[in-house]
Write a protein that binds this ligand. Structure first.
Ligand SMILES: Cc1cc2nc3c(=O)[nH]c(=O)nc-3n(C[C@H](O)[C@H](O)[C@H](O)COP(=O)(O)O)c2cc1C
Length: 509
């Protein structure tokens, strides 16, 4: 391999850049922490301790339940742990509070303890690797489970397509690159329900005829990597992973690939490129991974929550899952609340539940006035509080109203947070994270960021006509949803909060 090939791949990733490697601590610069205004004070304190050039930023450490976090030497800490920075630097163990989690579902598929030890894993595995493969895919189809990673493809159909793809070698990939600010639900499953996630992968391997799975876990989640690594090792020791599992002909092994700070690696084709060691650029589909995925072999790529839900469905029964919600938005979903809620944490909620109930009864309402929520990560809609209360927790309802439920992460935007700054943050994010392959995304996100740099600095007004043309071009012309969907929240803000862009900030053309 030429040095240029290696440099091309390596220079793609934030963590591998010399400018990143020289730093010691990183402040979370996710949307939730930005809204809470915790980043600058935390950065200042870390700089005082470590030096100005030793403190960088990381996009979302999954501590949105406290809107305040930093990373030091391979570990994530709550923002308030800055008070223990001397102990942290000395390498002493810091007791960290766990975030709150609770199921509000009539049947819990994701938070129960029916698959929380090796004996239960053994018992269920014995049962399901003796079950007809088509019967398993039928269960998933009957359950109406759709992918929880954002695209919402029916999981049973995905497994069945891959099962039918002719190939000696196939792969199962767990997409654990949860980069959406506001989301820590995959983190919850990886750390608190690792066996449920791994069981979903093993059964998927059995169904499609694969002997190898990879978990792509973001490097920003060190505890998740540790938990999954521990679970894989204990399964291997117990003979529940590896060659001829439980004395059958079925062999299946798992490995972890650790992300290096690139949001786009959550997109399945970029994720596959990343595992293969290529620059993590998005690929055109078709072919879809189920026919041509990792190393061009048929591959199922599923989100962490999808795999855990598949496990829950097999154990509890497809009928119980499909009885909740409707055909296109069935079963239960994890929803995360940031620290603006009175009850921050991760909750299992039934699809179809009115959002009013989700936010006020489960989330406990807000600690301070909130004007909007960004739901579904940086690419999801920005929804005024008055609009959100008209919706139910339902993928289709959100889309029909011009928003996106996505992975159901929630970022609260306080009443006095300037929306110009929020749009600037979104453009800055897409400019930084665009894979650079398609020019509407690569150039459009930078051009948008420039416009809002100038508006913030008051050096030029925002040309509204040009901005609208730019957003439509990105929506229609981008290769993937990173730069193709970022116009959605920006258009929502212009529609609902346009008044905030005062006359001295915008011009018509
Ligand atoms: C920019 C971008 C980022 C994405 N990030 C994630 C992610 O972090 N986790 C995830 O599971 N899916 C993510 N997806 C969706 C994946 O491409 C893919 O649809 C998903 O992993 C399929 O799994 P599912 O069917 O279980 O949802 C992302 C998509 C895009 C366009």
């Amino acid at each position: 391999m030429g040095v240029s090939t290696i440099h091309g791949a390596e220079s793609f990733y934030e963590f591998l850049r010399p400018s990143h490697r020289e730093k010691k601590a990183f402040v979370c610069n996710g949307s939730a922490c930005m809204c809470a205004g915790t980043q600058e004070p935390l950065k200042k304190k870390l700089q005082e301790k470590l030096g100005d050039d030793k403190v960088g930023e990381m996009f979302c450490l999954g501590h949105c339940y406290e809107n305040n976090a930093f990373h030091y030497d391979g570990e994530n800490y709550a923002g308030n742990d800055i008070n223990k920075i001397d102990q942290i630097i000395k390498g002493e163990d810091i007791v960290q509070e766990k975030f709150f989690s609770k199921s509000y579902a009539s049947t819990s598929f994701l938070m129960d303890d029916k698959l929380s030890n090796l004996d239960q894993f053994n018992e269920q595995l014995k049962k399901f690797i003796a079950t007809d493969k088509q019967e398993i895919t039928k269960s998933l189809l009957d359950s109406n489970l759709t992918g929880r990673g954002g695209a919402g493809f029916p999981t049973g159909m995905k497994w069945d397509f891959c099962r039918k793809a002719p190939s000696e070698k196939k792969y199962v990939i767990c997409n654990a690159d949860e980069g959406d600010s506001g989301a820590f639900s995959d983190r919850y499953l990886l750390e608190d329900q690792p066996l449920k996630v791994l069981f979903g992968m093993v059964i998927c391997g059995y169904v499609i005829g694969s002997d190898e799975g990879v978990l792509y876990i973001r490097g920003e989640y060190p505890k998740s990597i540790e938990a999954i690594n521990g679970a894989i090792n204990s399964l291997k020791k117990a003979g529940l992973l590896g060659e001829n599992i439980l004395g059958t002909k079925f062999s299946f092994d798992l490995n972890i690939c650790i992300g290096q700070g690139a949001y786009i690696c959550g997109e399945e084709t970029a994720l596959i490129a990343s595992i293969e060691g290529r620059r993590a650029e998005v690929d055109v589909r078709p072919p879809f991974p189920v026919t041509e995925g990792l190393y061009k072999k048929p591959t199922v790529v599923n989100n962490v929550e999808t795999l855990a839900a598949a496990t829950g469905i097999l154990i509890n029964g497809a009928d119980k899952f499909s009885a909740i919600g409707n055909k296109k938005s069935a079963g239960t979903k994890l929803v995360c609340f940031d620290s603006f809620f009175n009850n921050p944490g991760v909750y299992e909620v039934e699809m179809g539940t009115p959002m009013k109930k989700v936010l006020n009864d489960i989330g406990g309402g807000f600690k301070e006035p909130i004007k909007a929520l960004q739901i579904g990560g940086p690419l999801g809609g920005v929804i005024p509080i008055t609009e959100i209360e008209k919706l139910n927790l339902d993928f289709q309802e959100f889309t029909a109203a011009g928003f996106m439920l996505g992975h159901a992460s929630i970022v609260s935007i306080p009443k006095d947070f300037p929306m110009v700054e929020y749009i600037h943050h979104l453009f800055e994010f897409s400019a930084e994270e665009s894979c650079g392959k398609c020019f509407p995304g690569r150039l459009g996100s930078y051009r948008g960021k420039e416009m809002f740099d100038q508006a913030k600095n008051k050096t030029a007004k925002i040309p509204l006509k040009l901005l609208n043309e730019l957003l439509v071009t990105m929506q229609k012309g981008c290769l993937c949803a990173l730069c193709g969907a970022i116009p959605t929240p920006i258009m929502n803000i212009l529609k609902y909060f346009g008044d905030e862009m005062k006359d001295d900030m915008v011009k018509d053309n």
